[in-house]
Design a protein around this ligand. Sequence first.
Ligand SMILES: Cc1cc2nc3c(=O)[nH]c(=O)nc-3n(C[C@H](O)[C@H](O)[C@H](O)COP(=O)(O)OP(=O)(O)OC[C@H]3O[C@@H](n4cnc5c(N)ncnc54)[C@H](O)[C@@H]3O)c2cc1C
Ligand code: FES
Ligand code: FES
Length: 508
Amino acid sequence: MHSSTANKATPETISFVLDGEVIEISDLDPTRTVLQYLRENLRRTGTKEGCAEGDCGACTVVIAELDDSGDSIQVRAINSCIQFLATLDGKELITIESLRGKDGVLHPAQQAMVDYHGSQCGFCTPGFVMSLLALYKNNAAPTRVEVDDALAGNLCRCTGYRPIVDAAMKMYADGSQREATGDWLLAAKGAGAEEQLQDKVAKLKSLRRKTSLAINRAGRRFDAPRSIPELAGLVEGRPDATLLAGGTDVGIWVTKQHRELDDVIYLGRISELRTISVSATHVDIGAAATLSDVMPVLGKYFPGLEELFVRFASPPIRNAGTLGGNVANGSPIGDSMPALLALDTTLVLRKGKRQRELPLDEFYMDYQETAMEQGEFLEKIRVPLLESGTYLQSYKVSKRFDQDISAVCAAFRVKLDDGLITEVRVAYGGLAATPKRAIQCEKALLDKVFERTTIDVAMQVLDRDFQPIADMRASDQYRMQVCRNLLLRFYLEITGDQSTRVYEYGRV
Ligand SMILES: Cc1cc2nc3c(=O)[nH]c(=O)nc-3n(C[C@H](O)[C@H](O)[C@H](O)COP(=O)(O)OP(=O)(O)OC[C@H]3O[C@@H](n4cnc5c(N)ncnc54)[C@H](O)[C@@H]3O)c2cc1C
Ligand code: FES
Ligand code: FES
């Protein structure tokens, strides 16, 4: 690996900004992680490795990149332990060391951690500070709940979270005194430092590539095409290549399963694939749109999915991970699929120039086996908008509120006409080898009056749809009980007999 600050980008060289300098790296191992590069190549050891699988947040760094308009910068925290360095091409990397002011003064997020005793062992602290930095740059006046959510991907096991949350709430007071310095990192969202922002935009624009990134290092390949046709050609020509979107699943294959990925095609540089559009009938989501970009849009049109979104992983995972990756990975415990199944979502699959649209319901064949053909990829996810008189909710049951894998995930949609169920979808994750609709249960509900006796019958029918397994997350009896009770909860919430959402407990 070679790095320099001179600008000589080639198809095999990645360029990114670090502390104001353009770093160029050629001869890059395609699956080297950002964390490995920071700690082992640069000896910037402020960024820590805890779990190496996106769970603890000790490795959190911040990425700044041009937004879709190209005139502004999006600032987001990610987990460097599972992010491949090659995906930084064209972006700015900000680490804990970047926060040191010219005069050695601490950043307001750091100073508040000192002032409010937010650091004890210190190992997790840089990760917390980086999540606080992302919050500081994106939200000028967060609520307590927003602070909790921003820190959901950072684990502290010694001081407890109260002093860290105090630091988060207080860091703004300190920051406002420093904005006058014109330092972009010190300026909270919407505040000053305009000149430095424009410099950053110009620098990132100068990194835009003329040719797509195509690394071929001793037979190991990493391609980052920039258009859908280019991607389609690569995938058709190399059907065994690993498609990489956010890497929050794929990264762990490398860091935890020690798999060698010799051929990787990265989807994150194709702006069409990150587009989200809304028509009169559908929300169309490009397969590489990040969960952080998708969730506010889906939340607007499907408020019943709010709990699911808050509880899906953590902000750093949602900032990197994509909805397309969740769907394509096809894990039986993936959280988005029950909701997407309940919404009659379709997938646009592409092979070369050929596109086909397939109901999500027909996509999952068996455990981690999908209907995707060799050389095909997921291009778009099409979610139909709700008709009037329709109710939709999704629920996640796991041991922890934040950052945990579901024991059971469920989604329900009913259309009611004068109290009669004229359309119904019931879908679950965690109960079978794939995310799956409960067809027998749906039959027991369709054309019936939406009342307690109907629900009681449908709850019993669910054991014709599923014979859940027992594992460390839950026993089979527990899963079955939860699966029935969630249907009842849906009924109680829709009819107003029970209005308190579980997700509010302890958070207001
Ligand atoms: C700490 C942690 C917490 C998590 N929490 C949750 C959670 O709460 N709920 C949940 O559901 N998941 C969770 N996940 C799993 C993961 O974040 C999601 O599945 C995420 O949506 C994957 O998206 P990605 O873009 O990172 O996929 P990647 O890792 O890039 O890819 C995943 C798979 O999809 C394939 N793929 C990606 N895009 C395409 C495409 N366009 N066409 C064809 N194949 C494609 C890849 O080849 C790979 O097989 C968690 C992961 C971590 C590390
Ligand atoms: S080291 Fe734990 S999230 Fe990266
Ligand atoms: S301060 Fe490090 S685990 Fe709490």
